[in-house]
Ligand binder design. Sequence first.
Ligand SMILES: [Zn+2]
Length: 486
Amino acid sequence: MDTDTIAASVESRREQLVELSRDIWKRPQPAFEETDAAERLIEVLADRGFEVEVGVGDVETAFVARYGEGDPVVGTMGEYDALPGLSQRVAAERDPVEEGAAGHGCGHNLFGVGSLGGALAVADAIDEGLEGTVVYAGTPAEEAGSGKMYMARAGAFDDVDALVSWHPGWYTAPTKGSCLAVDSFEVTVRGESAHAAAAPEAGRSALDGIQLLNTAVEYMREHVPDPVRLHYVITDGGGAANVVPPEATAEYLVRAPSRELVEEVSDWFRNAARGAALMADVDVEVTQTAGIYGVRPNEALGDAIRETMDDLGSFEVEDAAFAAELHDTLGDVSDAVAELPEDVRDRARDAAYFTEPIDALDAGITGSYSTDSGDVSQVVPLGRMTTATFPVGTPLHSWQAVAASGSTGVDGMCYAAKTIGGTLVRLLSDDDLRAEVVAEFEERGGAEGYEPAMPADADPYELFDVERRPLDVDLDGRVEAVNADD
Ligand SMILES: [Zn+2]
């Protein structure tokens, strides 16, 4: 079973995949609300004969689908949540479908469907006689809430030997680096309201509590190790200047390369919150809303992904005219292009899309971003990559990324499907490769030390104030509900 066969298998479903990605794009749903997207993906998997478990880790929109029998077990992950406020048409100018509504600014409509295309192709290969099982993990709430943490904690990946996943981007390469672990906090301060001019002595300002805490965070910055990142926003600072605010809220992130360091700084932060409350004579409540690991890299999987990309070569973007128009709106992209290896920069600078596969840009590097794939990478070897779904230099979470995700991004999505499918088939058929991948995972610490950052009773629906809505899937008993307690 070679890469060409897998590529042909993806091509045979191209229309279905493109249409599905557009359907999900047209109904963007933010974290924990991505029910339609999950239902559509589950329907396709169940129709193809995958066994599906929904509600994994007690997250309604999390699911795991399996096809085949016995070992080895390999798989992929799909995300499908959208970003609040990023509504945008397929147009080469800023033009929301609905002002303030959500949009697919991180290309997760492509992400979920690209991985699906890969998993379906592996199922075809299993039908042709390849031994083993393929898993598609539907992983919701990446943009907020860290859905994968709940799934990893529930053991969703425990029987999987290796995973290959991807993310939309503007170049095509394996990802070999790590990134930062993070804790997220919501801080609520309660004081005493009063007329700010007539009776200030009767009031205790909740906003003062927040501001004193922020001052403490500024002083902390000087004395935390260099890669630590601290950031905050005030989400409610009161209503009117002539009223002492009785309540104020803010959000904080603590990032560092290791869980240990994140937890150390987070403890300090909690103490600072108590101190600020004492100074302002108010009450403070610190709620941790998420906590995740950085990614544990797997270079052997990165190399396997790169080899599959070499088999595939580069790819064409069908709607070249719109790609060029969209690319023009980005202006000067030379800073972004400077990230690329020198020998390809010139070719990338002038192209609307740069689709030739290149080596990982981040081998040995810890990027200053965070992803809930980190938790997955602590329990199973995880290979990652990027394919060019966006014009050269497109920032994630931009309106251009939304426009491309609903149009020209589908070519890079199908390429991702082929790369995932091709690499998973190699993992199933090549015992040496699998052994190498697992050996590297064990060398980097194995799965034993994984301790989820969030307490066992953490309910993301409560933490993120989202209504819990079970999926509406009618699969004739093919769906089996599970949760963390099972
Ligand atoms: Zn994303």
